[in-house]
Design a protein around this ligand. Structure first.
Ligand code: PLP
Length: 449
């Protein structure tokens, strides 16, 4: 059994008290036992300022795909920093920006891919939304319930969560039609027999696939929609996969009514789901692909890629869309080293996934053997290195509580889903099944209580 640690917290508490004096109060959630204050990290291991060690099952929001402090990336960082740290994105470009753009053009599924670079996921979404407006001459969007596309004003209009939109509604109003998420088959579920379609509709706003497509078509019929925006696997929405064939239907409808299809692969891209891009699993190619998180190898970098960029026209000296740090040379240099390494090692990561599947199967068996399924029904969600344990009948915030308990046992995880009822695992892609075994054992221990 994993021992509950008598965690040292003195230093963390000191730092948190100092933080609370100077940071806006709605940024970091602080309680008696949460959060830790990070000091250093290597591979999957994070150490806090009190010297406690943790296994990172978040890759720090999906960013550290190769683990923390990867020597190759450290070398790339030093090499690029010695040459050029900051440049002039839309005026005098750096060679490292050109190399990264060429790489993106090679690996993305477009004949003549061109990109707009930026720093965060939300900014890359802004590029995608603006591009769709310029291509179509339209100014409204469709997104799906539970989708998360960032909190900048553009993508915020697509992010269907009142926690984030509260206070800004009048500004956001009328920009987006939110279509309900379709009920999908879970990978595997236990104890859910009594939960019928009405339960999923009433408690989780999940609808039959036909209803979802009808609502989508209603919105598209207005012929005001510039693009349908979706994550090929919803991340913060709770590792939610779409029913097989659904993405293809969405694409067909979008194109029928002259709208673009934007895949937000900020979370799912670059190996996270077990293939280079999550849309590879369904073979549906979007008109615009948005990447972020893992793209910068730990530095802030994001991109909007597609083959419709020429709609912007040629710059006449003042770029219509740019920013001070666009194509940041250091981020591009490190990012290129990171993504090339992800591609090189992808087969190795994929091989480990069959063992990870076995870890989840063993967890499921043990869950039933202990009779937990009769008390807490649950479903496995997600794929690759983006997995969730969904507790559909539990009270809101249930996974957040488990996550806090896991922290005390030495595991960093995050809750996800609009109700905070999914315990999510998005570790670095270097995670081994044996490490999943450890955290899943700890989950059983916490649930058995
Ligand atoms: C799917 C998706 N899109 C967009 C974003 C926003 O990215 P950022 O926080 O870098 O702005 C996120 C962040 O979690 C995300 O998961």
């Amino acid at each position: 059994m994993t021992q509950k640690r008598s965690r040292r917290t003195t230093q963390s508490k000191r730092w948190l008290a100092r933080l609370q004096k100077v940071e806006s109060p709605d940024v970091t959630y602080v309680s008696d036992t949460f959060p830790i204050v990070m000091k250093k990290a290597r591979g999957m291991k994070i150490t806090d300022v009190d010297g406690n060690a943790y296994l990172d099952f978040t890759a720090c929001f999906g960013v550290m795909a190769l683990g923390h402090g990867h020597p190759l990336l450290m070398r790339a960082m030093r090499a690029q920093a010695a040459k050029l740290v900051h440049g002039m994105g839309d005026v005098h470009p750096s060679a490292s920006k050109v190399l990264l753009l060429e790489w993106l053009a090679r690996v993305t599924p477009f004949d003549e891919a061109k990109s707009v670079l930026s720093l965060s996921g939300g900014e890359a979404m802004e590029s995608a939304l603006k591009t769709a407006m310029i291509v179509t001459g339209r100014h409204e969007f469709v997104s799906f319930s539970g989708g998360y596309h960032g909190l900048h004003f553009g993508p915020l209009a697509l992010t269907d969560r009142s926690t984030f939109t509260r206070g800004f509604e009048p500004w956001l109003k009328g920009k987006t039609h939110v279509v309900p998420f379709p009920l999908a088959q879970s990978v595997r579920s236990v104890g859910c027999e009594a939960l019928d379609e009405a339960f999923y509709r009433d408690t989780h706003a999940l609808v039959h696939w036909d209803t979802s497509l009808e609502k989508l078509e209603d919105a598209l019929r207005t012929r005001k929609i510039a693009a349908v925006v979706m994550e090929p696997l919803q991340g913060r929405g709770g590792e939610r996969t779409w029913p097989a064939g659904f993405l293809g239907q969405v694409q067909k409808l979008a194109h029928q009514f002259g709208a673009l299809l934007i895949f937000d692969e900020i979370y799912t891209g670059l190996g996270r789901t077990g293939s280079l891009f999550a849309h590879d699993h369904e073979g549906v190619v979007p008109d615009l692909l948005v990447l972020g998180k893992a793209l910068g190898g730990g530095l802030p970098l994001s991109a909007c890629v597609g083959d419709c960029m020429d709609a912007w026209g040629r710059s006449t000296g003042e770029a219509r869309h740019t920013s001070t740090f666009l194509g940041h040379p250091l981020a591009c240099g490190v990012g290129l080293a990171a993504v090339q390494e992800i591609v090189r090692r992808l087969p190795e990561f994929q091989r480990e996934l069959s063992r990870v599947d076995q870890s989840f199967s063993a967890f499921l068996d043990e869950y039933c053997a202990r009779g937990l399924h009769t008390k807490i029904p649950f479903q496995l969600r997600g794929r690759g290195f983006m997995r969730g344990l969904w507790f559909p009948a539990a009270e809101p915030g249930f996974a957040a509580k488990i996550s806090e308990e896991l922290l005390a046992l030495g595991f960093i995880t995050l809750p996800s889903g609009a109700r905070g009822d999914v315990l999510s695992f998005t570790p670095p892609l270097i995670a081994r099944a044996i490490q999943f075994d450890l955290v899943l054992k700890a989950v059983l221990q916490v649930l058995a209580k």
